[in-house]
Design a protein around this ligand. Structure first.
Ligand code: 13P
Length: 255
């Protein structure tokens, strides 16, 4: 059975006090739930990762992700943070290939491939984001764009490493816009992603990888999106900054 995962991507938000307050509120609400198979992942700014790790210590349902890492292992890269550093403080996941970084930091699939290799070799797990722009969807290129993003950044990996990935489908036009992909669009793309992985590797690998949806996910639409056969959770931006609404999204998995 695939792992259900809900990730809070706080992006560049919160002061330290706000971050501590938010994670404390999320923890107390999560502690009241009976979460058997759902993992809640918090992705704060680098600055607050240690605070969040301390506060969530001992909570088996909550783990921590970084929003990025360097494509280099160590050395003279002023301002960068390496996967080895993240692992040393207890981070579990790293979000890679978010469309905001592709757009504003010019990250391309080949650079992301380097990051993925370092993340995996330093015992962290990548949450690899893919997804098309509105223009690409309108010109019917969405499947080929996503296939290319998977192919160029991931498909050099041997099977045993590929298995460790989490994939997040985030259509760029749905991020922060209030426009969510429909249930049909979401299921269709998630199934496509699984089929592409199955063709390259095999169906048991494809069936074992959690594929999350991201893009204007909220407490109202999460349950129908998460009910799709090939959707294993969400990568949540804006709504993850409000403990109540975020935990309601997590609750969408509980019958
Ligand atoms: P929103 O939930 O704000 O649309 O952001 C989605 C996202 O980019 C998560 O990584």
């Amino acid at each position: 059975m695939r792992k259900k995962i809900v990730v809070a991507n706080w992006k560049m938000n919160n002061t330290q006090d706000e971050a501590i307050h938010l994670v404390t509120a999320i923890i107390s609400k999560i502690n009241n739930l009976t979460l058997k198979e759902v993992e809640v992942v918090i992705a704060p700014s680098y600055l607050y990762i240690k605070d969040v790790i301390e506060l969530t210590k001992g909570n088996l349902n909550i783990t921590v992700a970084a929003q990025n890492c360097s494509e280099h292992l160590k050395g003279a890269y002023t301002g960068e943070v390496s996967s080895i550093m993240l692992h040393s403080i207890g981070v579990k996941y790293v979000i890679v290939g978010h469309s905001e970084r592709r757009a504003y930091q010019n990250e391309n699939n080949l650079l992301l491939k380097q990051k993925i290799d370092l993340i995996l070799s330093n015992h962290l797990l990548p949450i690899y984001c893919c997804g098309e722009s509105l223009e690409e969807r309108n010109s019917d290129e969405h499947f080929s764009v996503v296939e290319n993003q998977l192919n160029e950044a991931l498909f050099h990996l041997p099977m045993e490493l590929m298995k460790k990935l989490v994939i997040a489908y985030e259509p760029v036009w749905a991020i922060g816009t209030g426009v969510t992909a429909t249930v049909n669009q979401t299921q269709e793309m998630h199934q496509f992603i699984r089929n592409v992985i199955s063709k390259k590797y095999n169906s048991s690998i494809a069936d074992s990888i959690s594929v999350l949806y991201g893009g204007s996910c909220n407490s109202t639409n999460a349950s129908e999106l998460f009910a799709c056969e090939d959707v294993d959770g969400g990568l949540v931006g804006g709504v993850s900054l409000a403990a109540n609404d975020f935990v309601k999204i997590v609750e969408s998995f509980i019958d």
